[in-house]
Design a binder for this molecule. Structure first.
Ligand code: BJW
Length: 246
């Protein structure tokens, strides 16, 4: 087959890795119709203000604006289907059991719906409801939430918010520590569809490289962490991954 040398080399590193870490960002789900954040024309931050919509301060200032924005995005996630890239990763995990872990910044569930089982979610789950400040409120439960925009807990009165990680919030500790250990111990890291602008997720590529892993970045555009890559694959997730993981 007449294919580019970087793709052949990347395939050899991926298949040769006893432990493969896959770090994914919004570009992974772009071909499923879910908008990225920072793409110049179509990214969410080209139209919306992250400080207003993706921060605890923004939510406290205007809870219904933020809730309604997330409600629309939830519908988009529920309508979306995994693309050929998600499917290729899930199939690869099945044939390389115990050797592949996905670390995703994405708040959608498309990796899981494609069949991937070992998925670390760094930025939470957009489809989950949690209580503001307290997370899961015991002994309250969501079935007793008073409907509204946003709903409130019937027992404690607390506001309900989407279960995502906003700017300035800590990442889930267990997920972050698993991801960091993986970055320190993997043989190869495949970084897909992230601008590399948001930390601590973006720092995982640096950690992996410093620990001796081969780092491959798949992105149609330059990213802020391209310097960490041993190999750059220029293309989209749904086009490149089926070829890379075959
Ligand atoms: C394709 C494609 C296709 C297109 N195929 N590719 C160190 C230095 C500086 C700042 C900080 C630091 N450590 C912490 C911070 C502060 C902050 C931060 O990083 N700020 C930077 C912006 C400067 N980080 C935080 O606040 C984090 N919390 C934290 O660290 O707590 C401790 C702490 C707090 C304060 C100070 C210090 C420490 C939390 C970050 C939470 C991020 N939350 C969001 C929103 C989630 C909820 C929601 O969905 O609404 O997460 S923001 C948004 O960005 C989202 C994403 O997961 C995240 C990353 O974006 P991603 O995935 O890279 O998407 P894009 O759009 O940027 O890029 C898409 C890419 O795909 C592009 O490159 C395209 O080319 C490509 N692409 N089509 C493949 N088809």
């Amino acid at each position: 087959m007449n294919e580019p040398a970087p793709l052949r080399e990347a395939r050899a590193w991926v298949h040769g890795a006893g432990t493969l870490a896959v770090l994914t960002g919004a570009g992974m789900s772009a071909e499923s119709g879910i908008a990225t954040f920072r793409d110049a024309q179509t990214g969410l931050w080209a139209k919306f203000d992250p400080a207003q919509l993706a921060s605890p301060e923004g939510f406290r200032t205007n809870p219904s604006l933020v809730w309604d924005w997330y409600a629309e995005r939830r519908k988009g996630v529920q309508r979306a289907l995994p693309n050929a890239g998600h499917v290729a990763l899930a199939q690869y995990e099945k044939t390389h059991l115990g050797r592949v872990t996905i670390v995703t910044q994405n708040v959608d569930d498309l990796h899981q719906r494609a069949g991937s089982t070992d998925v670390i979610r760094l930025h939470g789950d957009i489809l989950q409801d949690v209580w503001l400040d307290t997370g899961r409120c015991r002994p309250c439960d969501m079935s007793r939430a008073v409907p509204g925009s946003p709903p409130r807990c019937a027992a404690c009165g607390n506001l309900v918010r989407p279960g995502v990680v906003w700017f300035g919030e800590m990442l889930p500790a267990e997920a972050l520590s698993r991801a960091e250990l993986l970055a320190q111990s993997c043989d190869a890291m495949l970084v897909i569809g992230t601008s590399g602008a948001v930390y601590p997720a973006a720092g995982l590529a640096h950690t992996a490289r410093r620990a001796g892993a081969k780092v491959i970045i798949l992105n149609p555009e330059p990213s802020e962490i391209d310097d960490e890559a041993h190999l750059l694959l220029r293309g989209t997730a749904a086009r490149i991954l089926p070829a890379l993981l075959q």
